[in-house]
Design a protein around this ligand. Structure first.
Ligand code: NCD
Length: 292
């Protein structure tokens, strides 16, 4: 049985196989590939896109989805998450999708279950399906020619799990990843180029991945207001100019802080394409893990 905890759980060939399925699922033709299967979602952190994307993906394949409302679950009565998951597992679901603020939790739970666990985000560690859908969006945009493409991840790269998963995944497909951030969000490691100013590198970029500032994960206040951050890091028409750059963001976008209103409307910005691709990629992941 295979779980999806981090993107390295899939080989390159397996990822390309997911892309083949995702392209089929993007036709949105009715099918019953997962008819009779039951998928449980357990979201201990807020989510708009990821949870609905998994649920729609599952339903598009004919599966049933049970979404545990964690605010009313027994976690609030003192049950440990391990016991909650062991109980859900005892009801014999076909997959469990989990989001939690604790890094490494989905991996620790994998030993307690008889079905695939899918990590829908664990703290600042990983968000594998987001990175897979980002890679798919880039891959399709460049017709598979990702080798040598220069991708800058902009913003709170230190605490973003989207940055965490993408910096591991995109280089496997030949991409040159760098980070652009203020000093306070600077990536600690030395295996990636890091820049403070977008203008230092913008002329070389093929892709900009803008991120939301992860205020909920900060223990200190770095900016008086996000407008102060936006002055240097908001991706505006003025910043991008007429360059041929693909602009991505995992959502939720803080308008005029991460990306300006005008750039959100610009055809180079593929934020909603990412959302559509997300359903197809998650459907492909569910199919792969559940029918394996
Ligand atoms: C991201 C997350 O939750 O990590 N959102 C998402 O899943 N699309 C990014 C974020 O919250 O900033």
């Amino acid at each position: 049985m295979q779980h999806l905890i981090r993107t390295s759980d899939f080989s390159k060939d397996e990822i390309l196989g997911l892309f083949d399925d995702a392209r089929e699922f993007l036709k949105f033709e009715p099918n019953e590939i997962l008819k009779g299967k039951i998928i449980v979602t357990l979201f201990f952190e807020n989510s708009t896109r990821t949870r609905s994307s998994f649920e729609i993906a599952a339903k598009r394949l004919g599966a049933e989805v049970v979404s545990l409302d964690v605010s009313t679950s027994s976690a609030s009565k003192g049950e440990t998450i391990f016991d909650t998951v062991a109980n859900i597992n005892a009801m014999k679901p076909d997959a469990i999708i989990i989001r939690h603020s604790e890094c490494g939790l989905p991996e620790s739970l994998a030993g307690y279950v008889d079905c695939p666990i899918i990590n829908a985000g664990d703290g600042k560690h990983a968000h594998p399906t987001q990175a897979l859908l980002d890679l798919f969006t880039i891959y399709e945009h460049f017709n598979g020619n990702t080798e040598g493409k220069k991708v800058a991840i902009v913003g709170d790269v230190r605490t973003s799990r989207v940055a965490g998963s993408n910096r591991r995944l995109l280089p496997r497909f030949g991409m040159d990843v760098s980070f652009i951030s203020p000093e306070c969000f600077r990536y600690d490691g030395d295996e990636f180029k890091t820049y403070i100013h977008i203008s230092d590198v913008i002329d070389d970029l093929d892709v900009i991945m803008s991120l939301r500032t992860q205020l909920e994960r900060h223990s200190e206040i770095y900016f008086e207001s996000l407008n102060e951050y936006a002055k240097d890091y908001c991706i505006t028409n003025e910043v991008v100019g007429d360059r041929d750059i693909l602009l991505l963001h995992p959502g939720p976008v803080n308008r005029n802080v991460d990306i300006s209103d005008d750039m959100l409307k610009d055809p180079r910005c593929k934020v909603l394409t990412q959302v559509t691709n997300g359903v197809a990629i998650r459907a492909a992941v569910l199919k792969k893990l559940i029918l394996a």
